[in-house]
Design a protein around this ligand. Structure first.
Ligand code: ATP
Length: 357
């Protein structure tokens, strides 16, 4: 069953077209991430779902019912903000059950729902504390608790982890995901962090300048990006792009900067059209196999995190990054070859930036 339907949605701020013909269908219980660079419109889309922004045209349905003319409180959605938006003068318990007290729910129900939410989030011992006496992670939990207490049809998250340090962020990611699996409520999660989106979501919507560039499962987007933008946005470190062209006989792909190197291909593009080869850092290897493309590069930097090694190298003035899970013996300034299997080579039209294979 579809829980959220976003149907030809447009949003204008005066003369500025912030959301352009957005269409998304979200299944009941799905975890959807909206990602894209700053200013692409992801928060605007989320706020439109919450009813905090009016739509200019198009429809929004929650559980089959149009909500475009409904105020936020009648939409049965709960939003968790980046700033947490806690009331500073209320303790954890009162912050969590504020919306129920506002609705004058029976005292017993308020107490019971608050208790369950506090237990779910491990906040039982903190109910009497004011927000200023909590750590960032605990505040984030209270903000989540406030949403859970309302038992909404839909959870909306606006970059809820961006104020936490890196370790806590990784921990809270899996906490939110576990909570989602337990509550099974439909969730829409805004982030500019593609790793967060890849690890948490079932479905990712990649936006740029008010437009949906591509949507699909995390691995779909990783394996089959439809254009250079999505290819460069999904995956970390980002995909490398190297200029190439198809040989005059149409049978080989030739590197612009290393014309001794070519890759046999089927008929994918007309000869001589300027192309970009897309090579993921994790697909570039330091040892080759028969049939691999071998690219001669000069090593600029070798960085190790202990478990991973990142080698930055250049081919003419073009930089490429190779990621290796071991500790390759390469040193700065040396000339080496990087190898890649043909099946891992992505190809884009250099002008339209659309994927051609
Ligand atoms: P970020 O990751 O930086 O939060 P975002 O993708 O969430 O970015 P939005 O906040 O949705 O982006 O903004 C989308 C565009 O709409 C931006 O260009 C922004 O300047 C513009 N915008 C947002 N709110 C308003 C407003 N109230 N009036 C005019 N323009 C606005």
């Amino acid at each position: 069953m579809l829980q959220i339907e976003i149907d030809h949605l447009n949003k204008h701020y005066g003369g500025f077209h912030a959301l352009k013909d957005i269409n998304i269908a979200i299944e009941q219980g799905a975890f959807v991430a909206l990602v894209g660079p700053s200013g692409c419109g992801k928060s605007t889309l989320l706020r439109t779902l919450a009813g905090l922004e009016k739509t200019s045209s198009g429809d929004l349905r929650i559980a089959g019912e149009s909500v475009v003319n409904k105020p936020p409180r009648e939409r049965d959605v709960a939003m968790v903000f980046q700033s947490y938006a806690l009331y500073p003068h209320m303790d954890v318990e009162h912050n969590m059950n504020y919306s129920m007290r506002l609705k004058r729910r029976p005292k017993q129900e308020i107490a019971e729902r608050t208790r369950v939410a506090a237990e779910t989030l491990g906040l039982g011992a903190l109910l009497g504390r004011l927000p200023k006496a909590l750590s960032g992670g605990q505040r984030q939990r209270v903000a989540m608790g406030r949403a859970i207490v309302r038992n909404p049809k839909v959870f909306l998250f606006d970059e809820p982890l961006s104020n936490l340090d890196a370790a806590l962020r990784v921990h809270m990611r899996s906490e939110i995901r576990k909570l989602h699996e337990r509550l099974k409520a439909t969730s829409v999660y805004v982030t500019h962090d593609q790793v967060e989106a890849m690890t948490m979501a079932d479905h990712i919507v990649v936006m740029r300048a008010g437009v949906i560039e591509q949507q699909g499962s995390p691995l779909d987007l990783y394996d089959r990006p439809i254009n250079k933008f999505v290819a460069g946005f999904i995956g970390s470190p980002a995909m490398n792009f190297i200029p190439a062209f198809v040989s005059p006989d149409g049978k080989r792909l030739v590197l612009e900067k290393d014309q001794d190197q070519s890759l046999a291909i089927g008929q994918h593009a007309a000869p001589r059209i300027p192309l970009l080869m897309g090579l993921r850092p994790e697909h570039l290897s330091f040892t080759g196999e028969k049939g691999n493309l071998a690219i001669t590069v000069v090593v600029d930097a070798v960085e190790s995190t202990g478990s991973m090694t990142f080698v930055t190298a250049s081919i003419a003035s073009q930089q490429v990054v190779a990621a290796h899970s071991g500790r390759p013996s390469v040193s700065r300034g040396s000339e080496i070859k990087l190898y890649i299997a043909p099946k891992n080579v992505h190809l884009f039209d250099a002008e339209t930036e659309l994927a051609i294979r």
